[in-house]
Design a protein around this ligand. Sequence first.
Ligand code: NAD
Length: 234
Amino acid sequence: MSKPRHIAILTGAGISAESGLGTFRDVGGIWSRYDWRDLATPEGFARDPAFVLDFYNWRRETVRASEPNEAHRALALLQGEWHGPVTLVTQNVDDLHERAGSPDVIHMHGTHLTALCAACNQRWPAPEVMRPADPCPACDAPRTRPDVVWFGETPYHLDRIGAALASCDLFVSIGTSGTVYPAAGFASTARAAGARTLELNLEPSGNAGLFDEAHHGKASRIVPDWVARLLAER
Ligand code: NAD
């Protein structure tokens, strides 16, 4: 096989698990303790904004107290050293890729770091605590919400991601269960456009059949191992 030039990477909650941030669908994961319909839909927010904001206030505090791990750092190293483009797309709303040194991260599900006005779409740095009555700094409406993409909403940056999937030579999926669309379809899109596909996950994901190669284990070990091999072979 010829050496890849453009590498597109998709990360999920599994890459941040060893930084102390819970995953969603694993046993004991967030969705085994909370109902996603209450916490991650526009309808849940309309029903009980205080409950939803409290949940995200707690998540934001947990993210602020966490640190990137070796897997985040290895991807930052790859982005810095690779001779071709490395497109890094994450489903995560934490900022651990950025804090590990990644220069360009596409947050397709938004980020904990910004607040969003549900009335006028203004964004601003997230305060430590969001409350339902907080007014938007632009339009003054009391419609502050986290800048995260909820179920039923369209993920961000799909044009840029689509372009990367169409032009990459290697697509790598890291720490994601392969159950949330459209991200779960990225491997088949990249493969149909001619890319090789690689999965790095704790266990075979729901999409295991879509990958040409897979390595299973903890992200903090298998991601740095893969990056070291790739940089040694180039
Ligand atoms: P998921 O919970 O559905 O799947 C996590 C995957 O990671 C599983 O396949 C699991 O086997 C694997 N995993 C667990 N620990 C691992 C480890 N140490 N090393 C490698 N792999 C490990 O999460 P997902 O697929 O990212 O689900 C998508 C949704 O979850 C997104 O909407 C995302 O926004 C959200 N989410 C984000 C965060 C975060 O920002 N840190 C945390 C939880 C969920």
